[in-house]
Design a protein around this ligand. Structure first.
Ligand code: SDX
Length: 410
């Protein structure tokens, strides 16, 4: 018998198998706990609970390590494209040159939306938050792509996965265009995945749009940083929805809804709003004191993380990317200086040191996205666009190794 853990209750002792993964802490398999003891575990925030077995992503929060299929995030951000990382997450290995070319061609050829979906947008108010539109439109995809919703068919799973990854930029760009009253711009198959998104977002039919290669590279890197992140709240939502057999479009729509919260993917929008509210470096101490005040609900948005008790490695890459974009676009926005000084003061404050609160992926992303020209309401939309590949990969991993429908107890 392998390693076991013993749980002693008042009346008896019970042994449970201990499982060792390829990396990270051992887990105690407690699936038979209730049957053997009549007791549940209680872990409402899943702070000590592994909900699944996965080979996609590993985080060591104490060391500030993030690996996708074993590759460090810093290496991927530096050496790979978002399409290469998407292939890696979906297939387990980085693609060869031919595999990448075939994957990019497949994705490119699925970027158009069913034309009737364009009228779907006209049912929304122009000032509706684009995340509300994303939830609605992505959930509606299953009404248009009936031919890829049989989750038991690997081919259906593959084409719906490709459709979701391919169409998210088009859906996101259309949400932005609708909010600013400009006409939708169709995909251009001659452009890269990210370049195509930039043109659909900022291009207009009245004149040619030239993709800025520095912005294209920076945004592609931002997509890599947001691609996947173990069992975060929205990924767990996608998996839970998938465990009921719901179609992939409905599962991703559920993930989008969860990501919208300010404690999760909505933090990038909240972080930039906070930096603008601070306004100047001399006001930083006041906000740091507010963040430490238990009677004040204010928190430093973009700071802290459930897993990282060290610097979020994505924030490191993000800060470097701010400098590149600001230099390339000759941006002189004081908000970056406020962010740098806020980080410096917080990281030297005993409260943040004791609670191990560091900048996370959301702290600097808004500064870059704003410099590129996105309104704050689009920040979480971009997070959802990039995280779709992680959600899809996690959904495929779960469906191909079906377990029970997820259902907790009280
Ligand atoms: C994302 O899970 C993921 O992987 C998510 C994500 C991904 O890629 O999917 O990484 C993306 O969601 C990043 C996080 C974005 N959210 C924010 O930046 C919002 C601000 N951060 C916090 O709300 C908070 O840090 C969380 C929600 C991110 C994490 O909270 P935890 O782990 O549940 O920790 P906690 O709320 O219990 O906080 C521990 C202590 C508390 O103080 P005490 O009750 O112990 O006295 O730290 C304090 C908190 O009050 N604290 C903060 C703080 N974050 C935590 N105090 C001030 N400012 C903050 N930002």
């Amino acid at each position: 018998m392998g390693k076991t853990a013993t749980l002693g209750t008042e009346s008896s002792n019970h042994q449970f198998p201990v499982v060792t993964g390829s990396v990270g802490p051992d887990v105690i398999d407690i699936r038979k706990l209730y049957a053997e003891t009549g007791m549940f575990t209680y872990d409402p925030g899943f702070t000590s609970t592994a909900s699944c077995e996965s080979a996609l992503t590993y985080i060591d929060g104490d060391e500030g390590v993030l690996l996708h299929r074993g590759y460090p995030i810093g290496q991927l951000a530096e050496q790979s494209s978002f399409m290469e990382v998407s292939y890696l997450l979906l297939n387990g290995e980085l693609p060869s040159k031919d595999e990448l070319a075939q994957f990019e061609t497949t994705i490119t050829r699925h970027t158009m939306l069913h034309e009737q979906l364009a009228t779907f947008y006209r049912g929304f108010r122009r000032d509706g938050h684009p995340m509300a539109i994303m939830c609605g439109v992505v959930g509606a995809l299953s009404a248009f792509y009936h031919d890829s919703t049989d989750i038991s068919d690997p081919l259906h799973r593959k084409i719906s996965s490709h459709r979701l990854i391919a169409k998210m930029p088009t859906i996101a760009a259309m949400a932005y265009k609708y909010s600013v009253g400009q006409p939708f711009v169709y995909p251009d198959n001659s452009l890269s995945y990210t370049g195509n998104f930039l043109r659909m977002t900022f291009g207009v039919p009245a004149e040619p749009y030239v993709v800025n290669p520095v912005v294209e590279k920076a945004l592609d890197r931002i997509f890599i940083l947001h691609a996947d992140h173990e069992q975060n709240a929205s990924t767990s939502t996608v998996r839970l929805a998938g465990s009921s057999g719901a179609n992939p479009f409905a599962c991703i729509a559920a993930g989008i809804a969860c990501l919208w919260g300010p404690a999760h993917g909505g933090a990038n929008e909240a972080a930039l709003n906070m930096l603008h509210e601070i306004g100047t470096p001399d006001r930083i101490p006041h906000f740091i004191e507010r963040a430490k005040d238990k009677n004040d609900p204010f928190r430093l948005m973009g700071f802290g993380h459930r897993v990282y008790k060290n610097y979020d490695p994505r924030a490191t890459v993000m800060q470097q990317t701010v400098r590149e974009v600001f230099d390339a676009l000759k941006v002189n926005d004081p908000v970056f200086e406020v962010a740098l000084q806020l980080e410096e003061m917080a990281l030297n404050d005993p409260y943040f040191i004791e609670k191990k609160l560091f900048p996370n992926v959301d702290f600097y992303s808004g500064v870059i996205l704003s410099a590129i020209g996105f309104p704050t309401t689009m920040f979480t939309v971009l997070f959802a666009l990039a995280r779709t590949v992680g959600w899809v990969a996690q959904w495929n991993e779960m469906i191909s190794d079906p377990g029970q429908i997820g259902r907790a107890h009280v």
